[in-house]
Ligand binder design. Structure first.
Ligand code: AMP
Length: 175
C-alpha cells in the first residue's frame, strides 16, 4: 500500500465534532504506529524542494509530526500557540474564525531574522490558521518558504488563501 492509502485507512472521520456539521479528521490513530510516522516524516522531507532552516508547527496537532520532521531535518522547531500559553515575550496575530476571533503567538527571538520558515500543521481547511501563522513569521522578519500538511480539505480552498504567501504547498492526502 502506498502512503496515501495507508493514511486514508488510519485517519478516522468523527461526525459532528467539535460541533454539528463538521466531520473531524482524527489523525491520532497514526500516532499509534511509529513506522507510519517515520514514513510520513521521510515522505514530507523528500517532497520539499526548497531549503528551509526552521519549522513552525501550529498548535496543537502541528506539533505532533512537525517536531520529528524538524529533528530529522536538523533544524529548529518553533511552536505557534494560542494566546496566553507561551510564557515569554511574544509576537502575535489575531484573525477571524467562523464564530469570533482567535490569536496565535510565537516567542520573540526564537526565529532568526531572514530565516526561511516551513509552516506545518496536520490539516489545511480554510487556511486562516496557517495564514495567521505566516503573518507572525513575517512580523518577526523571517520568510515563509512553504507549507506542509498531512491532510488538505480541498473543497475549502485553503491553498488560495495561502498562495500570496508561498505557492510551495505540500500535502499527503486530499479530500
Ligand atoms: P483552517 O484555519 O480553516 O485552515 O483550519 C485549520 C485548523 O483547524 C488546523 O489546525 C486543523 O487541525 C483544524 N481543523 C479544521 N477543520 C478540521 C477538520 N475537519 N478535522 C480536523 N481538524 C480540523
Amino acid at each position: 500500500m502506498n502512503l496515501t492509502d495507508i493514511l486514508k485507512n488510519e485517519i478516522r472521520d468523527i461526525p459532528d465534532f467539535p460541533k454539528e456539521g463538521i466531520i473531524f479528521k482524527d489523525i491520532t490513530p497514526i500516532l499509534l504506529k511509529p513506522a507510519i510516522c517515520e514514513q510520513i516524516v521521510d515522505h514530507i522531507l523528500n517532497e520539499i524542494k526548497q531549503p528551509f532552516d526552521c519549522i513552525v508547527g501550529i498548535e496543537s496537532r502541528g506539533f505532533l509530526l512537525g517536531m520529528p520532521i524538524a529533528i530529522k531535518a536538523k533544524v529548529p522547531f518553533v511552536p505557534a500557540r494560542k494566546k496566553g500559553k507561551l510564557p515569554g515575550e511574544t509576537e502575535s496575530y489575531s484573525y477571524t474564525l467562523e464564530y469570533g476571533e482567535a490569536t496565535l503567538e510565537i516567542h520573540k527571538g526564537h526565529i532568526k531574522k531572514g530565516a526561511k520558515v516551513l509552516i506545518h500543521d496536520d490539516l489545511l481547511a480554510t487556511g486562516g490558521t496557517a495564514l495567521a501563522t505566516s503573518k507572525i513569521v513575517q512580523k518577526l522578519g523571517a520568510e515563509v518558504v512553504g507549507f506542509s500538511f498531512l491532510v488538505q480539505l480541498s473543497f475549502l480552498n485553503g491553498v488560495d488563501t495561502l498562495k500570496n504567501v508561498s505557492s510551495n504547498f505540500y500535502k499527503i492526502i486530499e479530500y
